[in-house]
Design a protein around this ligand. Structure first.
Ligand code: SF4
Length: 91
């Protein structure tokens, strides 16, 4: 399952941005808040055993996105497509 950023909590501090190794977190040009691209978010499967943006956020703005439910296996397939020349560190 991809994560999404709850805009009610996000203050655009950018802490999540520097922790995402998938390049999934982007800035909304209109609101200047951050959002997560579900095509790039693997819930950190492949890199870590927990979502890094969630643990980095003091305001708990990243949350599970119920509109993008995926199994761990599907997330790993997505990770491999994003990083074809790498091996996953955590599966
Ligand atoms: Fe990036 Fe991981 Fe957060 Fe997804 S859960 S947006 S991959 S840091």
């Amino acid at each position: 399952m991809s994560l999404r950023i709850n805009e009610e909590y996000c203050v655009a501090c950018g802490l999540c941005l520097v922790h995402c190794k998938n390049g999934a977190i982007k800035e909304n040009d209109q609101t200047q808040l951050y959002y997560i691209d579900p095509d790039r978010c693997t819930e950190c499967v492949g890199w870590y055993d927990e979502p890094k943006c969630y643990s980095a956020c003091f305001l708990s703005a990243p949350e599970a996105d119920p509109f993008h439910k995926e199994t761990k296996e599907q997330l790993l397939v997505k990770w491999k497509k994003l990083h074809p020349s790498k091996n996953p560190i955590v599966t």
